[in-house]
Design a protein around this ligand. Structure first.
Ligand SMILES: NC(=O)c1ccc[n+]([C@@H]2O[C@H](COP(=O)([O-])OP(=O)(O)OC[C@H]3O[C@@H](n4cnc5c(N)ncnc54)[C@H](OP(=O)(O)O)[C@@H]3O)[C@@H](O)[C@H]2O)c1
Length: 248
């Protein structure tokens, strides 16, 4: 029997630290209060090669709906830490408060479509706008963005949950577009979207009964491990937690 840590559903966890980054690397996690984001913070803090982990969230003053707060957070991080080596955006919502994810076209509303898009697509785009310039340019640096398989147009065989799907499809386009500019400025750096799996977090609590749920700590380790070995030529892509490519 393997002695590698495994989640309840048998994922083999081979994470051994962010070995592609310089020793003493600086990591920033946006969404540090969430299930995935807080697990990322724990995983990075336990990596002996990590020098500093900065967690950002609404509780530290960064609100995805307020660009000024995002810019302020980036200026603070830049002033305190200079260049950063790792950025992970682990924020997201499934639905706007009080509106259930859509089951049919009859329930589509502009309030839901625009509200989820603002948090899941525009918010991370503005985080990339203000934080990618902080990514270290002289050596490898990495950025991961939590997306979702439901954002895959090619994989959509079931319909439903249109606000969430649209927002994550748009997010994947944001990541691809950002990757092109990042590649021009930092030829050694990568940015990519990740589907962390269905997680045992508060995100979709009460929905999808019977679905296997991945422990967020295991998801964090898998996503970070995949990001660590992502080749520069794959920057801008959309991947599962094991680094397998997902159709846009
Ligand atoms: N959970 C799943 O099954 C699953 C499956 C596929 C993909 N994902 C993706 O994985 C990511 C993380 O999911 P999770 O399970 O960790 O979710 P979660 O536990 O609900 O955490 C969501 C995070 O987003 C933050 N957030 C929401 N609105 C914000 C805003 N306006 N400004 C700043 N931060 C905001 C929350 O901060 P507050 O604490 O301030 O609310 C929290 O830190 C999401 O992108 C999600 O789409 C999750």
């Amino acid at each position: 029997m393997s002695d590698e840590p495994q989640s309840a559903d048998g994922d083999v966890d081979t994470f051994a630290g962010m070995r592609s980054l310089r020793d003493g690397y600086v990591a920033v996690v946006v969404g540090s209060t969430g299930g995935l984001g807080s697990a990322m913070i724990d995983v990075l803090r336990s990596d002996a090669r990590c020098g500093t982990v900065v967690g950002l969230s609404r509780s530290t003053g960064l609100d995805l709906l307020d660009e000024t707060s995002i810019e302020r957070a980036s200026l603070t991080v830049g002033a305190l830490h200079g260049e950063i080596d790792l950025l992970f955006i682990a924020t997201g919502i499934l639905n706007v408060p009080g509106v259930d994810p859509e089951r049919s076209m009859r329930s589509w509303t502009s309030a839901s479509l625009l509200g989820v898009f603002a948090v899941n697509t525009v918010g991370p785009a503005l985080v990339l706008k203000h934080f990618l310039p902080l990514l270290r340019s002289g050596t490898r640096s990495v950025c991961g963005v939590a997306s979702a398989r439901l954002g895959s147009i090619g994989d959509n065989g079931l319909g439903g949950w249109v606000s969430y799907r649209v927002s994550k499809s748009g997010l994947n386009q944001v990541v691809r577009t950002a990757s092109i500019e990042l590649g021009r400025r930092c030829g050694l750096s990568v940015v990519a979207g990740y589907h962390p799996g269905t997680l045992a977090t508060g995100f979709s609590a009460g929905r999808g009964a019977g679905l296997a749920r991945r422990d967020p700590g295991v998801a964090a380790r898998l996503c970070l491990g995949s990001l660590d070995v992502l080749p520069v030529g794959s920057s801008g892509g959309f991947f599962d937690a094991f680094g397998g490519s997902i159709a846009f």
